[in-house]
Design a protein. Structure first.
Length: 94
């Protein structure tokens, strides 16, 4: 995944299982229609971790246009969860 911030392009590295686990927990526990500041901070810090902490939360907050926030956060979480979900769907069902 790529993310443009502050005139720079950040590329995520291969996602580790811990990040996948965290993404699934986020989708289970957060109400995306009623985000609180702590939830937003959790999501922003999660995005930073996806990109290997190449930037911090302050950099993201200062460089991401507000109208792109929801899309960026959703794309980050889904970008981690979706590939794994697609692979798991091919597993034999008992």
């Amino acid at each position: 995944m790529n993310l443009e911030l502050g005139g720079k392009t950040f590329i995520s590295k291969k996602v580790k299982t811990r990040i996948l686990r965290e993404a699934i927990a986020i989708t289970e526990n957060l109400d995306f229609n009623n985000l609180k500041i702590a939830d937003l901070d959790q999501l922003v810090n999660f995005v930073c971790r996806i990109y290997g902490d190449q930037f911090d939360a302050d950099f993201l907050y200062d460089n991401l246009d507000a109208d792109l926030l929801a899309e960026t956060l959703a794309n980050a979480v889904q970008g981690v969860v979706s590939p794994s979900t697609n692979v798991l769907a091919t597993f034999p069902q008992k």
